[in-house]
Design a protein around this ligand. Structure first.
Ligand code: COI
Length: 351
């Protein structure tokens, strides 16, 4: 289906106020946003406008009952200067999976992709060219109906904003194995990219940072035995030449970078198994010298090499070199800028 997306361009771009190639993720925003309203059971008025404040009623239901979900994706520039989206269909699908879990309406996948393409084409000048940097897109949906009471809202906004971003980590990271708080339980909202999952992670993350770690390593809510995921990433281990990652057991976010890394590793001839992983198995592999590499995967972070996992009771130091993880990271980054052939068909040109 073809949609009419009304475009109101900004009068004067703000691009001159920043250097998109030297920027910390999350602080700067491009000129425009894509926005669409849900009322009376349907999405209306898809439009691209100058990024601006949005009037919010104090009773907007997202503020009280947390119907808010989001996505993250990165835009790069291809060989001939065309902006490139990376697997936007997967983000659209996951957004709608999250929407369903949170009792929110789904957003048409073709409008999602069309809106992203138009936004990115308009804000093309905001895409960093520096290796490791990208234009981060943040699609999100929230309940904006003013109402006090517990039920699904009747009106929502879907918005996509764009933020030029440099790499989050230029160093290896340390993970705090959390044994008091949990991120998710089966049957909860852990599989959804729901704002509330991140809210619940704020305190444990701040506590971990105060102890010198970068992110939390979440364990299962029942026994604190099985590894689930990391603060903003999924996790992989290489033991004895083979890769393992926790299976999507119902409380783990289905990361798109996770999916790509599994495909790339298998394509390069490595065995990858998705299965429950006990923390004790990783400790044992570390002790007997078979734990070779460990890394986290996420859209914002990319592939982050792990140097340490620990808490008050133990410390595991990972080997210094990460040959396979680095190779996969380089391959993924090269595909994203069309320096390597996109044989999986992950790239979508925004034109
Ligand atoms: C992403 O990796 O895109 C995320 O959504 C994590 C975010 C909390 C920065």
């Amino acid at each position: 289906m073809s949609y009419e997306i009304k475009i109101t361009p900004i009068e004067k771009t703000k691009i001159d106020s920043i250097d998109v190639n030297n920027i910390i993720m999350g602080f700067s925003f491009s000129d425009h946003m894509f926005i669409c309203d849900y009322e009376n059971g349907a999405w209306h008025n898809p439009r691209i406008e100058p990024l601006a404040l949005i009037p919010t009623h104090p009773a907007a239901m997202a503020l009280h009952y947390g119907q808010a979900i989001f996505e993250g994706m990165k835009v790069t520039t291809g060989k001939n200067g065309t902006p490139l989206l990376f697997r936007p269909d997967q983000n659209a699908k996951r957004l709608n999976f999250s929407a369903d879990r949170m009792g929110m309406p789904s957003f048409p996948q073709d409008l999602f992709i069309e809106g992203l393409k138009k936004l990115v084409a308009l804000d093309k000048a905001w895409i960093p060219s520096k290796e490791g940097s990208a234009l981060y897109l943040r699609p999100f949906m929230y309940a904006d109906e003013p109402f006090i009471g517990m039920r699904a809202a009747k009106s929502y906004k879907f918005i996509v904003m764009a933020s030029p971003s440099g790499p989050i980590y230029s160093h290896k990271i340390k993970l705090f194995a959390e044994k008091k708080y949990v991120r998710a339980v089966n049957g909860g909202t852990g599989e959804a990219k729901a704002a509330g999952n991140y809210a619940a992670a704020v305190l444990p993350t701040e506590n971990a940072k105060a102890k010198g770690y970068h992110q939390v390593l979440w364990l299962d809510a029942q026994d604190f035995e099985y590894i689930q995921e990391v603060g903003t990433m999924n996790i992989f281990f290489k033991i004895n030449g083979k890769f393992i990652t926790p299976d999507l057991s119902g409380s783990i976010l289905a990361g798109i970078t996770r999916m790509c890394v599994i495909d790339l590793l298998r394509d390069k001839g490595f065995e990858v198994t998705e299965r429950p992983i006990k923390l004790s198995e990783i400790k044992e592999a570390s002790a007997n010298g078979t734990l070779e590499e460990a890394f986290g995967t996420g859209t914002a972070v990319g592939i982050a090499m792990i140097e340490e996992i620990g808490n008050e009771d133990f410390t595991l130091n990972l080997p210094e070199s990460n040959p396979v993880s680095n190779m996969i990271n380089n391959t993924l980054n090269a595909i994203k800028v069309q320096k390597e052939v996109d044989k999986f068909g992950w790239i979508v040109e925004a034109k």
